[in-house]
Design a binder for this molecule. Sequence first.
Ligand SMILES: Cc1cc2nc3c(=O)[nH]c(=O)nc-3n(C[C@H](O)[C@H](O)[C@H](O)COP(=O)(O)OP(=O)(O)OC[C@H]3O[C@@H](n4cnc5c(N)ncnc54)[C@H](O)[C@@H]3O)c2cc1C
Length: 277
Amino acid sequence: MIRLFLCALLAIVALAQEPVAARVEAIESLTPNVKRLRVRLPKSYKFEAGQFALLSVPAPFVEAWNAKYKTTLASVRRPYSFASSPKRLPVAEFIIQLAAPPTGRDVPPGIASTFVHNELKPGDTVGIGKAMGDMNKAGTGGTRPLVMVASGTGVAPFVGLLEHWFRTKQHKGRKIYLFFGARQRRDLMLDEQFRRWAAKHKNFTYVPALSDPAPDDKWTGATGFVNVVLDKHFTGTLDADILIAGSPRMMQETVKVVKAKGVPDTQVRHDPIKVAP
Ligand SMILES: Cc1cc2nc3c(=O)[nH]c(=O)nc-3n(C[C@H](O)[C@H](O)[C@H](O)COP(=O)(O)OP(=O)(O)OC[C@H]3O[C@@H](n4cnc5c(N)ncnc54)[C@H](O)[C@@H]3O)c2cc1C
């Protein structure tokens, strides 16, 4: 009896891990190497703002990849953050950067991001695993400012969280900041959207920062790495809930900055750097 119960439990757990089939509704370019993917999920699928899920690369694509690049990849799943509010379910969005080979290395590009950028098209289905992560738990119930720090597509969970908070009027009485680092203006995805939100919601401050603006950018905003811009913005001590997403290097540097300003570990939140598929 106990064995039967355990088998049933394992089957339920295994089923819960199974990806669901999501239908692709649209794919659009946000920057030269970032696309926004909009999917329609089954009605039963749930996620919370700021969470992420594993996207499965179909086996035939992996087999063709192995043949082309002489690799030996088996099943391929990669985590991507929901970049939309769960209020829009069954529709959800992701923001995905094409992972180019590291400079000077003769290696293949990233498989999952290549699949999304070059293969997926509206009408296709794609496997999405169950939602994970607890970015949404940041500062629940507190009154401290919420400070988000992102670089590149690390901004994705914050797009979802901000959209959700503004829709539901959550954290209306708190100051909310988004520090967003990119290299050049063309990499500053959704800049217009963030500026519109900042104009509409008086408690929201948007601080874009370019690390290497192009002359044509005519950039008059903050320059330098986003962690340095954050450091300069808050002089003295800081009592805030901090959310960080982006490159591991930026995350490490940002943790150092906020710790030096007296923010305790319990008020700093970020997703895991790697997620086992
Ligand atoms: C919690 C979490 C959330 C995330 N959310 C997002 C998100 O919202 N948006 C987003 O764009 N990304 C996100 N990511 C990153 C994403 O999961 C993938 O890591 C990313 O898209 C690269 O996956 P890939 O399969 O395309 O590249 P991979 O195939 O994993 O390759 C990664 C890199 O390695 C290089 N490479 C390939 N072969 C070799 C080799 N032999 N030697 C050296 N280098 C090699 C590739 O060129 C590529 O640059 C998230 C990651 C985490 C952990």
